[in-house]
Design a binder for this molecule. Structure first.
Ligand code: CP3
Length: 343
């Protein structure tokens, strides 16, 4: 059993840092494309045996130190009745977006075990089959709610940001509903065997400070509090939010996953120990020549050398047109790092 990742989450890692990558199982892999052929992405998520196979791909092909469950943050919105589908080239689309207080009131009360039981099943199967820690995840309430309001992907969350200002209480009711199901959903994942959790608040970066604390941070805190008794480490990913690192650290989450705008050594000096820092290579580094990927990765490793609570990752996900070889160079560079031993 490779426990490097869990040791880092406990701020106890004494060797090289563990490495895993956001969207490590995805369209950039020919093996993923092959499994995807003839099936929709949602069907893949809803079929535990397929979700297990996809989750395992990066373990076999890249030999990373942790697996992240193959699923999507928008499954929670779908379970709340928003009727999700993915369209080629357009991304997610919701048949029934949320646009007023009546829409919020009409949302059903859902139990994760009923509506999302297939995810728990995939987690259970995976734990029997893999020898690295398994990360479960969900979207943070703000990001999931914003997709429900937009009805899909959007450039700057225009509809959400207008509605939030016009009907803040209705938006909060939506955030509460999403939070409650998210807590239930993550508890289900932990009960099924997830050993760590990550919460993705991708779009909180559009909020001003007061909105961030009221609509994003508050509900992440609510989810964390709801998971307290599970005693599982939680990492918060909030793209563009290193400006709010103090606030995110104060939630009591075990770790922060940070993007490439910030300096990890600087944050390490600023934030209270033993907070786990994960990140933070620019994903576009993977478009660079291999020697550049190696050099930049080594620079990050040097900067964080000997840090017992550091996890190597990208600042955001791998993109579909990136090359598997480039990803492998990054992972192999981390695994070849020897200087951190016994520090
Ligand atoms: O990281 C992993 O490997 C685990 C699985 C995972 C996926 N999505 C698989 C996926 C995770 C953790 C996510 C999170 C997710 N999904 C986020 C938060 C993180 C982030 O990237 O900011 C968000 C915002 C989503 C919503 C989402 N899912 C969008 C906007 C899209 C479409 C993107 C596009 O380019 O079309 C997805 C689809 C999706 N999620 C795919 C995968 C592998 C591609 C699906 C396909 O095969 O067509």
């Amino acid at each position: 059993m490779n426990n490097r990742f869990l040791q880092a989450l406990g701020a106890q890692n004494s060797g090289r840092p563990p490495v895993w990558l956001m969207r490590q199982a995805g369209r950039y892999m020919p093996e993923y494309q092959a499994l995807r052929k003839g099936r929709s992405f949602l069907d893949m998520c809803r079929t535990p045996e397929i979700a297990v196979e996809v989750t395992k791909l990066p373990l076999r092909l890249l030999d990373v130190d942790a697996a992240i469950l193959f699923a999507d943050i928008l499954l929670v919105a779908d379970a709340l009745g928003a009727a999700l589908r993915f369209e080629e080239g357009k991304g997610p689309i919701f048949e029934r977006p949320i646009r007023n207080v009546n829409d919020v009131n009409a949302l059903p009360d859902v139990q994760a075990a009923e509506a999302l039981g297939y995810v728990g099943e995939a987690v259970g199967l995976l734990r029997q089959e893999i020898d690295v820690p398994l990360i479960g995840f969900a979207g943070a309430p703000f990001t999931v709610a914003s997709y429900m309001v937009e009805g899909g992907s959007s450039r700057e969350l225009k509809t959400t940001r207008q509605w939030m200002r016009r009907e803040p209480e209705a938006f909060e009711m939506l955030l509460e509903k999403v939070s409650d199901l998210t807590i239930d959903y993550l508890r289900m994942q932990v009960d099924a065997g997830a050993q760590a959790l990550q919460l993705f608040d991708t779009w909180a970066c559009y909020l001003d400070y007061a909105q961030f604390t009221r609509y994003s941070l508050h509900y992440m805190q609510r989810v964390l509090d709801g998971l307290r008794e599970c005693q599982v480490p939680v990492i918060l990913f909030c793209k563009g939010a290193s400006v709010w690192a103090d606030e995110l650290a104060a939630t009591g989450a075990q770790g922060l996953s940070l993007d490439w705008q910030c300096s990890l050594p600087k944050l390490r000096r600023q934030l209270p120990a033993p907070l786990v820092l994960q990140g933070n290579l620019d994903p576009y580094l993977l478009y660079a020549p291999h020697d550049v990927i190696r050099a930049q990765t080594e620079r990050l490793l040097q900067e964080m050398a000997g840090d017992p609570a550091f996890v190597v990752n990208l600042g955001h996900g791998i993109l579909p047109d990136m090359s598997v070889d480039a990803v492998r160079v990054l992972v192999d560079t981390v695994k070849g790092a020897s200087y951190a031993h016994n520090l």
